[in-house]
Design a protein around this ligand. Sequence first.
Ligand code: FAD
Length: 397
Amino acid sequence: MLRINIDACNGCGLCEQTCAVDAIHVVDGIAEIEQESCTGCGGCVDVCEPAALFMEGQELEEKNNALAEWSGIWIYAECRNGELAPVSLELLGEGRRLADIRETKLSAVLFTDETSNLTAQLISHGADTVYLVENPIFGNFYEDANAAVLTDLARRYKPETILAGATAIGRSFIPRVAASLRTGLTADCTCLGIQENGDLLQSRPAFGGNVMAAVLCSGTRPQMATVHPMVMKPLETDPDRKGEVVKVDVEESLFDTKIRVNNFVPLESEGVALNEADIVVAGGRGLENEEGFKLVEELAEVLGGAVAASRAAVDSGWISATRMVGQTGQTVRPRIYIACGISGAIQHTVGMQSAETIIAINRDPDAPVFDIATYGVVGDAFEVLPRLIEKLKQMKA
Ligand code: FAD
């Protein structure tokens, strides 16, 4: 059906002169359409210089055609010191699941400073194709160069979806890519799904964690999301899996950077590393003070586990922020997670809910943490923890 955008119409009358069936008349400087007479030939649309006339449905069709040019799922394969970051393999596992539902290809994008066996690793973990860009600049992380190269590749190969880790690296440069491509980005996703038409369902905590929002970006491509590390599961490695490696040449100027790295200082971490620990003992505001928090450290020591904390404990200054678990902190997936005096706010649980076994100790029987706990102890941490520590010490003796 012929439609008019009256704000754009300049009343020139060309449409009126062109119409063979006398279905358009300019009245008070605006073209008016007689729908009963219009045959929908589109002749007036062709002559309308300000593009005020259009056929309804045509715009939508053009948009759908433009979206259909984008296909396949990409993951950004993050590397640190020549090794793939664990989140890259997790993204491949999730990307494989989504690509199979969508019956499309899964590709990994790898930026590296040397030919390495990383491409084989990516293929054995689920990638059909690896787009490889090699340049000495990728020996370090430069967000402007990474953003420029990924933007260029996305424009050339048109993936429907790009996933990256919600790590310090992903968080720093992926928004630049989304802005350059004029598309949306959902940060810190904890769950992904895909619809039949390829629309990506991107779930993440919103409004201070009080709701889980499912975000859609149906009007533009590519769809872009960063995903929390340790939330998705990697696939078992399959050394017989076959895939294609595409070496991509990019314009030299894209490697230009405004950043100069003077020095790298490794983060000092005390005790067992959180993301590698089999057992994690976490303490929250319920421990009341630094002295109370020591019970958590003691239990972790007896169990050979790592110490973690809620934001409340970190904000109270009882432990370093590097030990915080949750939305703003780290995500962990240990075999056992013991939450002591932690209420179970969503911002905390998104960081530990994938633990195999969750044991919660809380004196409030209605604390939300019990909703996700495998075992719950309703009791005072100051009574339960010393007895537990004592018992474990006796068992070890
Ligand atoms: P509280 O919620 O105060 O809970 C203390 C619990 O201890 C209560 O359930 C109480 O019943 C129990 N208790 C008290 N005394 C005892 C006792 N003697 N024995 C046993 N139990 C006892 N939080 C995080 O942890 N990680 C994050 O990454 C994070 N990111 C955030 C991001 C945003 C944008 C926002 C808005 C918040 C974020 N938070 C985060 C904060 C989060 O919302 C909660 O405020 C925080 O997790 C609460 O910490 P808590 O459970 O230790 O304290």
